[in-house]
Unconditional design. Structure first.
Length: 222
């Protein structure tokens, strides 16, 4: 691989890892004041139409933040992702099993399948974890780790390991992100009351649409 190609892939991998880690933090728990301040002040990419449009909505919401913003976002998070106060309908619980099992239940086949992927890279969750392993934040964290390890293999000149990790990224994306996350994003847009989470849904869906092309680039770099 030419030096300029290596530099391009390195930059792409750094951006992908950052995207996955950012999205994992947003979906994991209610945001803290520190996280809100960080998102409000950091430079976010606005060039891609869908991702940029989502970020613009996030930034516009945070432009008007005040002492009640954290609470407002926490209430919206609980409503959208924890189904708080929704007694007769499901909103957008961020678990793959809920979206892919026939009865829309937790801890179904998807959970076992993603756990097998994690263990294949010796990335078991902590023993005291009580959240189902197919929570979207864990899936995004796993992809970030695969990207990180692939980049390390590329820098070490280990083509076999790099190709293996590219294949794992492609398989995990095809089997455990692409089939259900767009449906989750549609539900977030339908139920979220803040522009922040509606924007995050756009960012998430737009980023995943780009991943197919990016993963193809990853494979060609081997």
């Amino acid at each position: 691989m030419e030096q300029h190609e290596r530099e391009e892939v390195t930059a792409v991998n750094a951006a992908r890892k950052g995207f996955y880690e950012f999205l994992a933090s947003v979906y994991k728990l209610e945001l803290t004041d520190e996280q809100i301040a960080t998102v409000a002040t950091q430079a976010l990419p606005l060039d891609d139409e869908y991702v940029g449009g989502g970020y613009a909505q996030v930034k516009e919401y945070l432009r008007h933040r005040d002492s009640g913003t954290r609470q407002e976002l926490a209430v919206d998070y609980a409503r959208v992702f924890l189904c708080a106060g929704m007694y007769e309908q499901m909103t957008a619980p961020p678990y793959e099993s809920v979206y892919t099992s026939e009865e829309h239940l937790l801890m179904q086949d998807a959970r076992d399948a993603v756990l097998a992927f994690y263990r294949g890279e010796e990335l078991d969750l902590p023993a005291d974890n009580t959240t189902p392993e197919d929570h979207l934040s864990f899936e995004f964290q796993f992809m970030a780790k695969l990207v990180e390890r692939a980049q390390a293999a590329l820098e070490a000149g280990d083509e076999t390991r790099y190709e293996e990790l590219c294949a794992k990224q492609r398989a995990f994306y095809d089997e455990h992100l692409a089939p259900w996350v767009p449906h989750l994003c549609a539900d977030v847009r339908a139920y979220a009351r803040t522009g922040f989470y509606r924007g995050i849904a756009d960012v998430t869906e737009g980023f995943l649409k780009l991943e197919g092309e990016i993963l193809a680039l990853c494979a060609r770099a081997a």
